[in-house]
Design a protein around this ligand. Structure first.
Ligand SMILES: [Cu+2]
Length: 104
């Protein structure tokens, strides 16, 4: 879905090693663009677990670029048709740097 025009844009700021926004909200079925602004001093990214809510499976949504350097932005384009709560994380700090995308 990376080439689709987004219906919504949400900004998530990253520090070392956390997301400022740990719960974000959107609409099920929309093309949602998540802009991750890396305000930290090390590399971060943003991966959404996808419809199955499991990481490292084929339905995940990863940021472009995969590794977002300090001061730069990554873009994760998400489209999930079912309402629910979906996990996201930074792959470099997967246990501490997490959040939830709530689709209504
Ligand atoms: Cu990180």
């Amino acid at each position: 879905v990376a080439g689709l025009t987004p219906d919504e844009t949400i900004t998530v700021e990253a520090g070392d090693n956390f997301f400022v926004q740990t719960e974000i909200e959107g609409n099920a079925g929309d093309v949602i663009e998540i802009i991750m602004q890396n305000n930290g001093t090390v590399t971060h990214n943003l991966r959404v677990a996808g419809p199955d809510n499991e990481y490292e499976t084929g339905d995940d949504f990863e940021s472009t670029p995969f590794a977002v350097r300090p001061g730069e932005q990554g873009r994760t384009v998400v489209k999930i048709d079912e309402a629910g709560r979906y996990l996201y994380r930074c792959d470099f700090h997967p246990l501490e740097q997490t959040g939830t995308l709530v689709l209504l």
